[in-house]
Design a protein around this ligand. Structure first.
Ligand code: DGJ
Length: 679
C-alpha cells in the first residue's frame, strides 16, 4: 500500500492505493489531526454480497470495478461492454500536486487522477484525464471530475443554493440519512435554478466540520450527495452526461473540469471563507470602482443627451464609471433585434460613441459598455450573413428565447469573430469596464457526440482569458440574465459577477447572503435602485439600500433624474465611505454576526474591520415601547486593544462580549461601522 498526503493551511487530504492496485481510496480529509490516527472513512467489518469496491471510499469509481453504488466513469466500446478494470501504474507527487495513473490493459485506456492542494489554502482541486491509447473509438457515458468522500456516520445534512430569475442564491437544506440528492443544470449554462456547489456536514453536528464541493464549469453540470447505508457520503461533481455520450477517438484524451473540495471546522461560514480565499487567488485585487448603470433608468431607450444628464447626476453622487447597458447598438430599440450587429447606433449617439466618452471624461467618469456576444437576433444582419453560425439541430427550427438565438460558439470561426468584435470595440473606444451578458440557455443540442458543451465552454473561456491578457485595463463583469452564470470557471476569469436583477433591499440582502456562502464579496456586484421587492416588499431607507450594495462592489442603477438633492447628498455620503472601505469589503474575511431580525456581517482586514448591520424586522414600533439596549457582538478583535467604532471607543473585550448597538434601537434601519484600532 502506498499513501500520499496533500497538506493545506489547516486541513489535509490523504489518499492511498492498496497493494492490489485496483483503486485509490481516501484515508482522511479534514483538519490536519484526522490524518494522525485511524481513518474515519475506512469500512469496518466485512462486505456482504457486494464487491469490495462498492463499499470502499473510492477516489474515482469506475464501472467495472464498482457496480452497485454510484460510479464516476462509464466508458463503452464497440463491443457493447461498459466495464473497465484499470490497475495502478504510476504516481507523481511534486510540490502541491499529485497524479495517480491507472491503466486498463484490455481497452488500452489510461486514467489519470489529478490533485492539487495549493499552499496556504484549504481546498483540493481534483480533475481527471481519460486517454484512449487503443485503436477503437470509445464513448464516455458518465464522466465525473471527482468523487469526494465525507464521513457522516449519523447521516448527512446537505446544503445547496437554488433559485430562479430575480430570486437567485436561496439557501436550501436537506436532511439525508440515506439515499441521493442531486442538483444540476441541463441548460448549457450554469443556470438560475441551482449553483454548482454542495456542502455536507454530519446530521448530528450540522454546525460542525463542513465539507463542500464546487465545480469550475459554465455549461451543463451535475452535483450529487449520496449517503450509503454505512454512513458515508460521497459527493460527485462533473459535467452532465449527454444522451449520446462523448466520442473518445483513438489516441485522444478527455480532460474533465476541475472540481474543488473544501473543508472547515467552522461550519458553513468557515467553508465560505475557505472558498473566498481560494477565489481571491484569481482576483486581480482591484476593488470595483463606484459605478452607475443606466439599464433600470432607460432600458432600451438609450440617447446620448439623456445619458449625459444621468452621468452628471452620477458625478454628484461620486460615481467613477458610467456603464451604458443594452440598447446602444443598431437595431436594438427592444429585445427583438440588434444582437450580432455590434455597431454604435447613430440615432442614440449622433456625435459618435467616442464623443460621448470624451464628454464623460470631462466630468471625470470612466466608460463601461454592455455586450452579449454569444447571442444573435434572428432579424440581424449577422443572422442573414452567417445563417450557418446559428446554433440549431439540422432540419429543425432553432428555439428563440427572449426573441434571440445563440451563435454556435463551438465553431472556432465564431469564437474568432466574437474575439475580433470585442477587440475592435475595446481598441476603438476608451472602455474601462465591460459587462458581458448572456440572456438565454443553450437548448438546441446540435451534435452532442462532438462535445458541443465542452467546445462552447472552452471557447468562451479562451475569449475571456484573452480579454484579460490583451486588455488588462478593462474590468469585466459576468452577467447572465441576472445570476445564471456564477461559478468557479467564471470567478477565475472575470472581475465581478452580477448575482441577480433583483435589487430590492430585503430581497437583495437575502440573495447576497446566499451568494456569499459560496462566492467571495469581491465577485459580488450590487446596485442601489428604487426597485420594489418581489418577495419582501417592505420599504427600507436609502441608507439601507446603500449598505446592502456597499457589502459588495457598489453601483447605482436608479433613475437619478428623479432623485432629489437630498437623495443625491445621501448617495454622495455613502459613495465617499465606500471608497474608503472597498478594499476591506473585497478582501476582508467574512464573519456573519447575526441572522435574526437584525442581520450583521463583519469584514475583517489586518488593520480594521467593516461591520454592516441591517434591521430586517417590521421596525414600526421603534421607540414606542420601553426596551433594553440590544447590541451585536463582534469577532476577531484583540481583547486588550482599544477600538474606535463610529463615535464610541471600547476595548476589544467589550466589543466581542457586548458589542455595538443593534440598529433596532437606533433611528436608522442599518449601519456601516468601521472598527479602527486606537494607537
Ligand atoms: C439582463 C441583465 O441581468 C440586466 O442587468 C440587463 O443587462 C439586461 N439583461 C439587458 O438586456
Amino acid at each position: 500500500m502506498t499513501q500520499w498526503t496533500l497538506r493545506g493551511a489547516t486541513t489535509s487530504y490523504v489518499v492511498e492505493v492498496p497493494s492490489h492496485g485496483q483503486w485509490a481510496s481516501l484515508v482522511a480529509w479534514g483538519p490536519h489531526a484526522v490524518a494522525d490516527g485511524p481513518s474515519l472513512v475506512a469500512p469496518v467489518g466485512t462486505e456482504h454480497y457486494l464487491p469490495r469496491a462498492d463499499l470502499e471510499p473510492l477516489e474515482y469509481a469506475v464501472r467495472g470495478v464498482r457496480y452497485t453504488t454510484p460510479t464516476d466513469l462509464v466508458l463503452t466500446g464497440p463491443d457493447g461492454s461498459d466495464e473497465l478494470r484499470p490497475v495502478f501504474a504510476d504516481s507523481n507527487q511534486t510540490g502541491d500536486s499529485l497524479e495517480l495513473t491507472f491503466v486498463d490493459a484490455v481497452r488500452a485506456v489510461r486514467i489519470v487522477l489529478h490533485y492539487r492542494m495549493p499552499a496556504g489554502l484549504d481546498v483540493v482541486e481534483r480533475w481527471v484525464s481519460v486517454n484512449n491509447d487503443g485503436s477503437e473509438e470509445l464513448t464516455l457515458r458518465r464522466h465525473e471530475s471527482a468523487g469526494f468522500v465525507v464521513p457522516t456516520s449519523n447521516g448527512a445534512v446537505v446544503r445547496y443554493l437554488w433559485g430562479e430569475w430575480n430570486s437567485e442564491f436561496q439557501q436550501g437544506i436537506v436532511e439525508l440519512r440515506r439515499g441521493r440528492f442531486s442538483v444540476d443544470s441541463r441548460q448549457g449554462i450554469t443556470g438560475h435554478s441551482y449553483s454548482p456547489f454542495l456542502s455536507v456536514a454530519d446530521l448530528e453536528d450540522p454546525a460542525g466540520t463542513t465539507w463542500g464541493v464546487q465545480l469550475a464549469w459554465s455549461g451543463s453540470w451535475e452535483l450529487s450527495a449520496d449517503v450509503d447505508t454505512t454512513g458515508q457520503t460521497r459527493i460527485q461533481a462533473g459535467r452532465a452526461p449527454s444522451s449520446l455520450g462523448l466520442a473518445l477517438a483513438p489516441g485522444s484524451s478527455w480532460v474533465s473540469p476541475v472540481a474543488v473540495g473544501g473543508c472547515s471546522v467552522e461550519g458553513v461560514d468557515g467553508l465560505a471563507r475557505v472558498f473566498h480565499a481560494y477565489q481571491r487567488t484569481f482576483s486581480r485585487r482591484v476593488p470595483q470602482k463606484a459605478l452607475y448603470n443606466s439599464w433600470f433608468a432607460t432600458e432600451f431607450d438609450v440617447e446620448a443627451g439623456h445619458q449625459l444628464e444621468l452621468a452628471e447626476r452620477a458625478v454628484r453622487a461620486g460615481v467613477e464609471t458610467f456603464v451604458v447597458d443594452d440598447g446602444w447598438f443598431v437595431g436594438r430599440s427592444d429585445d427583438t433585434g440588434g444582437l450580432g450587429d455590434w455597431d454604435v447606433d447613430p440615432v442614440a449617439f449622433p456625435d459618435g460613441l467616442g464623443a460621448f466618452i470624451e464628454d464623460l471624461k470631462e466630468v471625470g467618469l470612466g466608460f463601461g459598455l454592455w455586450v452579449e456576444p454569444e447571442s444573435v437576433s434572428p432579424k440581424s444582419e449577422l443572422a442573414a450573413k452567417h445563417p450557418e453560425w446559428i446554433l440549431q439541430t439540422a432540419g429543425r427550427e432553432p428555439l428563440p428565447i427572449r426573441n434571440q438565438l445563440l451563435l454556435d460558439l463551438s465553431r472556432d470561426d465564431v469564437a474568432d469573430w466574437i474575439w475580433e468584435t470585442l477587440d475592435r470595440l475595446l481598441s476603438s473606444y476608451e472602455i474601462s469596464y465591460l459587462k458581458w451578458d448572456a440572456n438565454r440557455p443553450r437548448l438546441d443540442a446540435g451534435d452532442q457526440r462532438r462535445d458541443l458543451d465542452g467546445k462552447v465552454v472552452t471557447n468562451l473561456y479562451k475569449i475571456l482569458d484573452r480579454l484579460r491578457a490583451d486588455h488588462p485595463q478593462v474590468y469585466v463583469e459576468g452577467c447572465a440574465g441576472g445570476g445564471a452564470r456564477v461559478d468557479l470557471g467564471m470567478a477565475a476569469r472575470v472581475d465581478t459577477l452580477w448575482p441577480s436583477d433583483n435589487t430590492a433591499p430585503l430581497d437583495r440582502l437575502k440573495i447576497q447572503r446566499g451568494f456569499l456562502t459560496g462566492y467571495s464579496p469581491h465577485l459580488m456586484s450590487s446596485w442601489v435602485t428604487d426597485a420594489e421587492g418581489t418577495h419582501d416588499g417592505r420599504e427600507r431607507s436609502l441608507d439601507f439600500r446603500f449598505h446592502v450594495a456597499m457589502a459588495g462592489g457598489l453601483g447605482i442603477g436608479a433613475d437619478l433624474s428623479r432623485w432629489t438633492d437630498e437623495q443625491l447628498d445621501t448617495a454622495a455620503r455613502h459613495v465617499a465611505q465606500y471608497k474608503t472601505i472597498r478594499d476591506v469589503v473585497a478582501q476582508g474575511i467574512v464573519h456573519w454576526l447575526e441572522e435574526g431580525p437584525t442581520v450583521g456581517v463583519q469584514y475583517v482586514a489586518a488593520d480594521r474591520s467593516v461591520v454592516f448591520l441591517w434591521d430586517t424586522g417590521d421596525s414600526n414600533v421603534r421607540g414606542t415601547l420601553p426596551t433594553r439596549p440590544r447590541r451585536v457582538r463582534l469577532v476577531e478583535l484583540d481583547a486588550a486593544q482599544r477600538y474606535r467604532v463610529g463615535t464610541e471607543v471600547h476595548p476589544g473585550s467589550y466589543l466581542m462580549q457586548v458589542g455595538v448597538p443593534d440598529p433596532r434601537d437606533t433611528p436608522t434601519d442599518s449601519h456601516c461601522l468601521v472598527v479602527e484600532t486606537l494607537d
